[in-house]
Design a protein around this ligand. Sequence first.
Ligand code: AKG
Ligand code: FE2
Length: 226
Amino acid sequence: GVNLYAPPTVYYIPDFISEDEEAYLLEQVYKSPKPKWTQLSGRRLQNWGGLPRPKGMLAEKMPDWLQKYCDQISSLKAFSGKAANHVLVNEYKPGEGIMPHVDGPMYHPTVTTISLGSHTLLDFYKPLSSTQESGEPQTEESRYQFSLLVRPRSLLVLQDHMYQSLLHGIQPRFQDTLTDAVRNLPSAAEAGGAVAGDNLPRGTRVSLTIRHVPKVIKTTFLLGKK
Ligand SMILES: O=C(O)CCC(=O)C(=O)O
Ligand SMILES: [Fe+2]
Protein backbone atom coordinates (compact mmCIF):
# COMPACT_ATOMS: atom_id res chain seq x y z
CA GLY A 1 0.00 0.00 0.00
CA VAL A 2 0.90 3.67 0.04
CA ASN A 3 2.70 4.88 3.14
CA LEU A 4 2.63 8.48 4.22
CA TYR A 5 5.35 9.88 6.48
CA ALA A 6 6.16 13.09 8.24
CA PRO A 7 7.19 15.27 6.45
CA PRO A 8 3.89 14.77 4.68
CA THR A 9 5.17 15.22 1.15
CA VAL A 10 6.99 11.89 0.92
CA TYR A 11 5.39 8.70 -0.31
CA TYR A 12 7.29 5.44 -0.30
CA ILE A 13 5.72 2.49 -2.08
CA PRO A 14 7.80 -0.66 -1.39
CA ASP A 15 6.89 -2.96 -4.28
CA PHE A 16 5.77 -0.60 -6.99
CA ILE A 17 7.06 -2.95 -9.71
CA SER A 18 7.56 -6.73 -9.82
CA GLU A 19 10.87 -8.57 -10.10
CA ASP A 20 10.07 -9.37 -13.74
CA GLU A 21 9.47 -5.70 -14.50
CA GLU A 22 12.71 -4.80 -12.73
CA ALA A 23 14.67 -7.32 -14.82
CA TYR A 24 13.01 -6.08 -18.02
CA LEU A 25 13.73 -2.43 -17.24
CA LEU A 26 17.39 -3.18 -16.44
CA GLU A 27 17.65 -5.09 -19.72
CA GLN A 28 16.28 -2.10 -21.63
CA VAL A 29 18.59 0.37 -19.85
CA TYR A 30 21.66 -1.73 -20.68
CA LYS A 31 20.44 -2.36 -24.25
CA SER A 32 20.47 1.38 -24.99
CA PRO A 33 23.13 2.50 -27.45
CA LYS A 34 26.45 3.48 -25.81
CA PRO A 35 26.21 7.18 -26.83
CA LYS A 36 23.01 7.40 -24.80
CA TRP A 37 25.17 7.31 -21.64
CA THR A 38 26.75 10.44 -20.19
CA GLN A 39 29.60 9.72 -17.78
CA LEU A 40 29.81 12.06 -14.78
CA SER A 41 32.10 11.80 -11.79
CA GLY A 42 30.51 9.25 -9.52
CA ARG A 43 27.67 8.09 -11.77
CA ARG A 44 26.51 7.85 -15.39
CA LEU A 45 23.15 8.78 -16.81
CA GLN A 46 20.72 8.53 -19.70
CA ASN A 47 18.34 11.35 -20.53
CA TRP A 48 14.97 10.48 -22.10
CA GLY A 49 12.18 12.73 -23.36
CA GLY A 50 14.43 15.65 -24.33
CA LEU A 51 16.99 17.89 -22.67
CA PRO A 52 15.33 20.31 -20.21
CA ARG A 53 16.61 23.86 -20.81
CA PRO A 54 15.54 27.23 -19.38
CA LYS A 55 13.84 28.16 -22.66
CA GLY A 56 12.02 24.85 -22.85
CA MET A 57 12.59 21.19 -23.60
CA LEU A 58 12.71 20.10 -27.20
CA ALA A 59 10.50 17.04 -26.75
CA GLU A 60 11.71 13.67 -28.03
CA LYS A 61 9.58 10.56 -28.28
CA MET A 62 9.67 8.48 -25.10
CA PRO A 63 10.46 4.81 -25.86
CA ASP A 64 7.58 2.41 -25.16
CA TRP A 65 9.38 0.69 -22.28
CA LEU A 66 9.50 4.01 -20.40
CA GLN A 67 6.19 5.42 -21.64
CA LYS A 68 4.40 2.64 -19.75
CA TYR A 69 5.80 3.97 -16.45
CA CYS A 70 5.28 7.60 -17.43
CA ASP A 71 1.60 6.72 -17.86
CA GLN A 72 1.45 5.00 -14.47
CA ILE A 73 3.10 7.97 -12.76
CA SER A 74 0.84 10.45 -14.57
CA SER A 75 -2.19 8.66 -13.14
CA LEU A 76 -0.95 8.96 -9.52
CA LYS A 77 -3.02 11.37 -7.49
CA ALA A 78 0.19 12.93 -6.18
CA PHE A 79 1.12 13.87 -9.76
CA SER A 80 -1.95 16.15 -9.83
CA GLY A 81 -3.01 15.56 -13.42
CA LYS A 82 0.35 16.40 -14.96
CA ALA A 83 1.79 14.22 -17.71
CA ALA A 84 5.19 12.68 -16.98
CA ASN A 85 7.34 13.58 -19.98
CA HIS A 86 10.91 13.22 -18.78
CA VAL A 87 12.97 10.32 -17.41
CA LEU A 88 16.51 10.52 -16.07
CA VAL A 89 18.25 7.16 -15.68
CA ASN A 90 21.12 7.23 -13.18
CA GLU A 91 23.50 4.34 -12.59
CA TYR A 92 25.57 4.18 -9.40
CA LYS A 93 28.17 1.49 -8.78
CA PRO A 94 28.99 0.66 -5.15
CA GLY A 95 31.03 3.56 -3.76
CA GLU A 96 29.39 6.11 -6.09
CA GLY A 97 26.82 8.80 -5.28
CA ILE A 98 25.55 12.28 -6.01
CA MET A 99 26.44 15.52 -4.20
CA PRO A 100 23.69 17.27 -2.23
CA HIS A 101 21.73 19.43 -4.67
CA VAL A 102 18.35 20.81 -5.62
CA ASP A 103 16.86 19.83 -8.95
CA GLY A 104 15.97 23.37 -9.90
CA PRO A 105 13.09 25.22 -11.53
CA MET A 106 12.89 23.43 -14.88
CA TYR A 107 10.87 20.58 -13.36
CA HIS A 108 7.43 20.52 -11.81
CA PRO A 109 8.12 20.14 -8.05
CA THR A 110 7.04 16.49 -7.82
CA VAL A 111 9.80 13.97 -8.40
CA THR A 112 9.20 10.23 -8.60
CA THR A 113 11.95 7.62 -8.55
CA ILE A 114 11.83 3.89 -9.29
CA SER A 115 14.89 2.03 -7.99
CA LEU A 116 16.36 -1.03 -9.73
CA GLY A 117 19.08 -3.48 -8.72
CA SER A 118 20.11 -2.21 -5.29
CA HIS A 119 18.95 -0.12 -2.36
CA THR A 120 20.44 3.24 -1.49
CA LEU A 121 20.08 5.86 1.20
CA LEU A 122 18.87 9.23 0.00
CA ASP A 123 20.10 11.94 2.38
CA PHE A 124 18.45 15.30 2.97
CA TYR A 125 20.16 18.56 3.97
CA LYS A 126 19.11 22.05 4.96
CA PRO A 127 20.35 24.64 2.45
CA LEU A 128 23.25 26.91 3.40
CA SER A 129 21.65 29.81 5.20
CA SER A 130 22.83 33.32 4.39
CA THR A 131 21.75 34.57 7.81
CA GLN A 132 24.06 32.63 10.02
CA GLU A 133 23.39 33.16 13.69
CA SER A 134 26.10 31.13 15.38
CA GLY A 135 29.69 31.65 14.35
CA GLU A 136 29.98 27.96 13.53
CA PRO A 137 30.83 27.08 9.94
CA GLN A 138 28.02 25.20 8.22
CA THR A 139 29.27 21.77 7.30
CA GLU A 140 27.53 19.06 5.36
CA GLU A 141 27.24 17.23 8.66
CA SER A 142 25.61 20.17 10.44
CA ARG A 143 23.11 20.62 7.61
CA TYR A 144 22.18 16.93 7.45
CA GLN A 145 18.54 16.27 8.41
CA PHE A 146 17.57 12.64 7.77
CA SER A 147 17.68 9.81 5.22
CA LEU A 148 15.22 7.62 3.34
CA LEU A 149 15.93 3.99 2.51
CA VAL A 150 14.94 3.25 -1.06
CA ARG A 151 14.79 -0.43 -1.91
CA PRO A 152 14.91 -2.01 -5.36
CA ARG A 153 11.47 -2.00 -7.04
CA SER A 154 10.22 0.80 -4.80
CA LEU A 155 8.73 4.11 -5.87
CA LEU A 156 9.64 7.28 -4.00
CA VAL A 157 7.56 10.41 -4.48
CA LEU A 158 8.92 13.72 -3.16
CA GLN A 159 7.15 17.01 -3.45
CA ASP A 160 6.77 20.55 -2.19
CA HIS A 161 9.03 21.34 0.78
CA MET A 162 10.95 18.07 0.42
CA TYR A 163 11.77 18.95 -3.12
CA GLN A 164 12.05 22.72 -3.03
CA SER A 165 13.60 23.60 0.34
CA LEU A 166 15.84 20.66 1.15
CA LEU A 167 18.85 19.40 -0.76
CA HIS A 168 19.15 15.70 -1.51
CA GLY A 169 22.17 13.55 -2.19
CA ILE A 170 23.65 10.07 -2.00
CA GLN A 171 26.91 9.51 -0.09
CA PRO A 172 29.54 7.62 -2.10
CA ARG A 173 29.59 4.55 0.15
CA PHE A 174 30.00 0.80 -0.31
CA GLN A 175 27.54 -0.03 2.44
CA ASP A 176 24.88 1.68 4.51
CA THR A 177 24.28 1.34 8.23
CA LEU A 178 20.63 1.69 9.11
CA THR A 179 20.00 4.10 11.98
CA ASP A 180 17.06 6.00 13.43
CA ALA A 181 17.94 8.81 11.01
CA VAL A 182 16.39 6.61 8.31
CA ARG A 183 12.85 7.93 8.61
CA ASN A 184 10.99 5.30 6.61
CA LEU A 185 12.73 2.36 8.26
CA PRO A 186 9.60 0.61 9.56
CA SER A 187 7.96 0.45 6.15
CA ALA A 188 11.10 -0.13 4.10
CA ALA A 189 12.17 -2.81 6.57
CA GLU A 190 8.80 -4.50 6.49
CA ALA A 191 9.27 -5.05 2.78
CA GLY A 192 12.91 -6.11 3.08
CA GLY A 193 13.44 -7.50 6.56
CA ALA A 194 16.00 -4.94 7.75
CA VAL A 195 16.26 -3.35 11.18
CA ALA A 196 18.21 -0.48 12.72
CA GLY A 197 21.84 -1.50 13.13
CA ASP A 198 21.93 -3.61 9.97
CA ASN A 199 24.65 -3.06 7.39
CA LEU A 200 23.43 -3.24 3.82
CA PRO A 201 26.14 -3.70 1.19
CA ARG A 202 25.37 -1.70 -1.95
CA GLY A 203 25.16 -3.24 -5.38
CA THR A 204 24.84 -1.38 -8.67
CA ARG A 205 21.70 0.76 -8.46
CA VAL A 206 19.85 2.12 -11.48
CA SER A 207 17.25 4.77 -10.74
CA LEU A 208 14.54 6.04 -13.04
CA THR A 209 13.60 9.59 -12.06
CA ILE A 210 10.31 10.40 -13.74
CA ARG A 211 9.15 14.02 -13.89
CA HIS A 212 6.98 16.56 -15.59
CA VAL A 213 8.79 19.30 -17.49
CA PRO A 214 6.22 22.09 -17.90
CA LYS A 215 8.02 24.11 -20.57
CA VAL A 216 8.13 22.16 -23.81
CA ILE A 217 9.02 23.43 -27.26
CA LYS A 218 6.92 21.69 -29.86
CA THR A 219 8.59 21.74 -33.21
CA THR A 220 6.02 22.08 -35.93
CA PHE A 221 7.52 21.18 -39.23
CA LEU A 222 5.02 21.65 -42.00
CA LEU A 223 6.12 18.69 -44.03
CA GLY A 224 4.25 18.64 -47.26
CA LYS A 225 1.22 20.31 -45.71
CA LYS A 226 -0.27 23.59 -46.77
O1 AKG B 1 19.20 8.39 -7.99
C1 AKG B 1 18.41 9.01 -7.30
O2 AKG B 1 17.53 8.47 -6.63
C2 AKG B 1 18.50 10.52 -7.23
C3 AKG B 1 18.85 11.15 -8.52
C4 AKG B 1 18.82 12.65 -8.45
O3 AKG B 1 18.72 13.24 -7.41
C5 AKG B 1 18.90 13.46 -9.68
O4 AKG B 1 19.20 12.91 -10.76
O5 AKG B 1 18.66 14.67 -9.62
FE1 FE2 C 1 18.12 15.29 -7.70
